[in-house]
Ligand binder design. Structure first.
Ligand SMILES: Nc1ncnc2c1ncn2[C@@H]1O[C@H](COP(=O)(O)OP(=O)(O)OP(=O)(O)O)[C@@H](O)[C@H]1O
Ligand SMILES: [Mg+2]
Length: 335
């Protein structure tokens, strides 16, 4: 018997007990997942073509969890400062982000100038945020660090505001400042950006698809093993098949199966079946991913994913030199 409550987090926006760093079909570069590859890009600096990112997916596919994991890891592994802002419908995000950045940088690096001044709204907000980010970027550069601005659900912002963040990213890249943007959105916005081509040379787009079976197993097994609980093979098979690759369904099924096992050290097929019988809105197919018919790409052609090479054994991306996107990016006109 064990007395642990279920470690799984069956809610949207919840931090999972174990974050699975998913590889994405569109990621193409590197041997690790989206977070691992982003960290590599931050180490290379603003000249890396993946320095700024737009991550798109349908509902409940893990956008918020990814941003949380990325912010944690840039702070722990690279010593960067990170700000995570969850956008709300029609808010004036520029002023809010400016305040958050000032507070974070002055707290983390003792840079009082970054925190000076308050919320600025209206037409001045963009230039005010740009000035603060330039200042923080220079501070970060002197310290050999960087600053990550993570913006969740930018599709909720009013007309033009998400685009304005993209222009800002481009300006800071032109100045070679170590200030990286990572934004998440629903696929329609990524499609629109792709059509207009506004940031195709500056912002790297990734689609966050469903878990593959190995990733779903990892999300269930690791939190259990860490607490001395085992999922039997048949139970895992059932749980993963029923989740259809949805990270939220994995958390819900894991939670309910754990509860059904009521303290036994092993979760069997019967517990998973009991859990599945109680699910209110189980995913019906991979279409739950909201990625149907969408394949984002205005992307340099890369000699990757050759037949027979598993997605876990791709060549390592070492510098942007081989990618050939640089001159186009650097020559992009500033706003
Ligand atoms: N990489 C992951 N590894 C393990 N669990 C995950 C992962 N990503 C998401 N989850 C779990 O899936 C659920 C949904 O995740 P999250 O809320 O981040 O999705 P979302 O795309 O931000 O949803 P929304 O569309 O509501 O904003 C949460 O319970 C979260 O803990
Ligand atoms: Mg979210």
């Amino acid at each position: 018997m064990h007395s642990c409550p279920p470690p799984y987090r069956p809610f949207r926006g919840a931090d999972p007990p174990h974050f699975v760093d998913r590889t994405s079909e569109e990621e193409d570069l590197g041997t690790s997942g989206v977070v691992g590859n982003a960290l590599e890009a931050y180490k290379h600096g603003p000249s890396d073509v993946r320095f700024h990112r737009l991550v798109a997916s349908g509902p409940a596919m893990g956008k918020t969890a990814l941003l949380r994991a990325l912010c944690r890891q840039v702070q722990a592994l690279l010593g960067w400062a990170a700000v995570l802002h969850r956008c709300r419908a029609k808010e004036r995000a520029m002023g809010l982000v400016r305040t958050q950045v000032g507070a974070r940088v002055s707290r983390q690096w003792g840079d009082a100038r970054a925190g000076a001044g308050g919320f600025v709204d209206g037409d001045a907000a963009w230039s005010e945020l740009k000035a603060v980010l330039e200042h923080c970027g220079r501070t970060a550069s002197e310290l050999g660090r960087g600053l990550l601005i993570a913006l969740d659900d930018v599709d909720l912002l009013g007309a033009g505001e998400a685009e304005a963040f993209g222009y800002l990213a481009r300006r800071l890249t032109l100045e070679r400042l170590p200030v990286a943007f990572v934004m998440t959105c629903r696929p329609w916005l990524a499609r629109r950006f792709e059509r207009t081509g506004n940031f195709s040379g500056t912002v790297w787009t990734s689609a966050l698809g469903p878990f593959d079976p190995g990733e779903a197993r990892e999300a269930i097994v690791v939190p259990a093993v860490e607490r001395g609980v085992e999922f039997e093979d048949r139970a895992l098979e059932l749980a993963c098949a029923a989740a259809c690759g949805s990270p939220l369904a994995v958390q819900r099924i894991g939670f309910a199966s754990w509860a059904a096992a009521s303290g036994r050290p092993s979760v069997g097929a019967a517990e998973v079946e009991e859990a599945l019988a109680g699910q209110v809105d189980p995913p019906t197919s991979m279409a739950a991913a909201g990625l149907d018919g969408w394949f984002p790409i205005d992307r340099p052609a890369l000699p990757l994913r050759s037949p027979g090479v598993s997605k876990h054994a791709r060549p390592v991306f070492s510098s942007r030199a081989g990618v050939g996107q640089g001159p186009r990016e650097l020559a992009a006109p500033a706003r």
